[in-house]
Design a protein around this ligand. Sequence first.
Ligand code: ADP
Ligand code: MG
Length: 604
Amino acid sequence: MKLSMRTYKRFPFWIIPLAIGLVVMALPFMGANRGTLRLVISIALLALLVVGLNIAFGYAGELALGQSAIYAAGAYFAGYFAIKGLDLPLTLVIAVIAAAAVGLLTGGPGLRLGSWSLGMVTFFLVLLLPDIVTLFGDYTGGTAGLSGIPLPSLFGQKLNNTTFYVFVIAITILFFALLRNYVVSRHGTALKVMRESPVLARSLGYSIPRLKLTAYVISALPAGAAGSLFAYQDGYVSDVSFGFSMAVAILAASIIGGSASIYGAAFGAAILVIGPLRASALQDWSLPFFGLLLIVGGLFFAGGVAGLLTRLIHSRFLKDDLMPDVLAALESPPPLPAIDGKTLKGVGIVKRFGGNVALAGVDLEARPGRVTALIGPNGSGKTTLLNVISGFLKPEEGTVMLGDRDITGLKAHQASRSGISRTFQTPQIPQGLTVAEVVESARFRTEPTSVISGMLTLPGTRRAMRRDREAAIQLLSVMGIVEYADRQADELPLGTRRVLEVARALASEPALLLLDEPASGLDEQEVEALAVVIRRLRDAGATIVIVEHNFELVMRISDRIDVLHLGGMIAGGTPAEVRNDPAVIESYLGKAARERAEAAEEKK
Ligand code: ADP
Ligand code: MG
C-alpha cells in the first residue's frame, strides 16, 4: 500500500517562531536603543538556560538544578580563553564542550542512582561552585573574579554592540531550532514515552539510562553557549552571578513558560527578565519572589504560557485533521503482512520472592501460528512468568529460548530488541501522543536513528519518520482504527486503547507477542473485536502467549491452554482436554465456569 505523505503534513508552525526570532534579530536596525538591546540579550541568555532545563526537566522528567553552574563553566572557560586571545566562535565551542563535559560528569553518577539523585548532585554543584572557583583560582581569578575579558572578535574583526547583539540572537535561534527538531524527532517521542511510563519505555526497547543521559547532556549545551556570551557581554565573570537565586530564577522561568515546551522557554525568560530581575528594588526579595512565582505557576497554570497557547492553537486550527483520500484507499482493510513468529521455549523456570516461590520450575512452549493461553487462579504466577520472559524479572533457575537464541536474564529493553512485544494488563498509553505516534514509538528499536540526525533533521531521520508513519497507518487500518490516527491517544475508550496497544506491539515486528489480560474491562462487542484481531494475528504467523481470565474467550481463540497453580503447571493441552481435566476443574474452573465454557463451545 502506497500512502501519500502530503495528506499528513500540517501547516509548518515552526515558521512563526523563526519569523519572530528574525524580527528580534533585526531590532537594532529598527531603531532600538542600547538599553533595549542589553535587555533582549539578557532574555536570550536566560532563554538558552531555560530551554536546556526544559529538555532535562520537562521532557526527560529529571529535575536538573545545575544549569547555573554549567552556565558558569561556560563563562569561565570562554573568559579564560578570550583573555588568551581566542576568537568568539572558538571560545563558544570550547564553552559548549566544557558544558557537555560537566553534563557527563554530573549526569553519569547523578542519573545512575535514580529518582532524586540528579537533583541532589546538581544542587550540590551549585552549592560548591564558589569553592571550585577558589580551588582553581589561577584560572578563574578566585573570589576577585575574572576580569579583562576583551571585546568579542569574529574572525579577527572586533564586534560592536549591534553586531554582537545579532550574533547572540543568531546563536539563540540556532539552539532553539536544534532543540525543537530534537523534541519533534523520534527521540522526543521516546522521551515523552519514558516520562509517562518507564515500564512501557523498557518494553519498547528503549535504554532508559542512555535516553536520560543524552537528554541531560544536550540540556547542558545551550547553557554553556549562554555562559560564553555572558562573559563577553559583561567583560567580567564572578561566581556571584551563578548562585542559588539564579538557579531558582531559571526554574521559575521554566515553569511559567511551560517546562514541557521549547518556545515556552523564551516566554518564561522574557517574563522573568522584564519583570522581577530588572526591578532592582526586588533584588533582595528575589528568592521569596521566585518561590512564590513557582508555587503560583505550578498551581494555576500547569503547562505554563506555552500550554495555554498550544491549547488555543489546537482548538482553533487542528480540529479534525483526518485525511480523506487515505481513508478512501482503505475501505476494505488490507491484509496483515506475514509475521515471522519464533518458537518460545521456557524450561524449568524458578522465580522466588524472598521465601515465596512464585514459579516452581515451569515449562512453557509457544509456537508460531498458534495461540497459547496461560490460565490459573489469581496469584498463581502468570504475570510473573510473562515478566520473566520479557526481561522485567530475572529467574533464579531455568532457561528461556526464543528461536535458537538463549534470552534468559536479558534486561527488558534487550528482550524487547530480541523480538518480544507485550501489552499490559492496564493499557499503557502515554499522554500527549497521537494514536499514530503511539504506534510509531515502537519502531524506534527496529530502525534506530541518531540524535544528531534528529537535531539536524537529516535525510536519514526524515526517511525513518516517513516509514514510521506509513507503518503506523497500515497497522491502524489493519486494526480498523485508522480514522483515529491524529486523535489524542489517551482519550480513546478502553477497548480501542487495547487494540491500539496490539497495533503498537506489532509495529516492531515481534517474534513473540505477550498479551496480559487483554479482555479485562471490555464489553461484549470489544471482546469480539479483540478475538477477531487475535485470530488474524495467529493466521499471519505470530507466536502469541495470552494470559486471560475470560474463559469463554480463551476456549474460542486458543490452540493450546496451559494451567498454572501455585507456581506450577498442573495441566496443558487443547481447550477440550483442559476443560475436562479433573485437576483443572478442581483447582480453577469450578462447576459454574465449566457450564459457561460449554455454552461457549456450542456457540462456536
Ligand atoms: P497472577 O498474575 O497469576 O495473578 P502473579 O504472577 O502476579 O500472579 O503473582 C504470583 C505470586 O508472586 C503471588 O504470590 C504474588 O504475591 C507474588 N509476587 C508477584 N510479584 C511480586 C513482587 N514483585 N514481589 C514480591 N512478590 C511478588
Ligand atoms: Mg496477573
